[in-house]
Write a protein that binds this ligand. Structure first.
Ligand SMILES: [Zn+2]
Length: 148
């Protein structure tokens, strides 16, 4: 993900604020509000990625047993919500259903890898294949196939 310049930057779309070299969920923990800082409005990297219809992580899940499908979707949402609490740039972009299963996209490649591992660990009987796209791109594609 691209690094942003110094100063205070508010995202125009979400609540994220950039200060002290990284993006935060909001200004709650910002201690130096009296400082005369340059303020800018821009898109945070996660919102920019979503706007440009890009993603850094993709998980394709196939052959999902019907009885666990909603649990799986809930797990993905909860996992991503927790990741977002830690880092507002870690986001679930979408969970889409198709005839073959689910496609989950995220703004961070490591979030997709961690979520895929969590799914495998939780539901067992899942085969996982991870492939990274060639540099300079850092997109990761994860395939999960349930065997049952
Ligand atoms: Zn944003």
């Amino acid at each position: 993900m691209k690094k942003t310049k110094s100063g205070l930057v508010f995202c125009k779309v979400c609540d994220a604020v950039y200060y002290k070299k990284s993006w935060h969920r909001n200004l709650r923990h910002y201690k130096n509000l009296k400082e005369n800082l340059a303020v800018k409005f821009s898109l945070c990297p996660a919102c920019a990625m979503i706007k440009n219809r890009q993603f850094e992580g993709e998980i394709i899940i196939k052959n999902i047993p019907i009885k666990i499908k909603s649990d799986l979707i809930n797990l993905a949402k909860t996992f991503a919500a927790r990741a977002y609490q830690r880092d507002p740039m870690d986001r679930l972009i979408a969970i889409k259903e198709n005839e073959e299963g689910l496609r989950i996209t995220t703004t961070e490649n490591q979030l997709a890898v961690k979520l895929a591992k969590k799914i495998k660990e939780t539901f067992k009987k899942v085969e996982m294949k991870i492939s990274y796209s060639p540099a300079p791109s850092d997109v990761v594609y994860v395939k999960l196939v349930f065997s049952h």
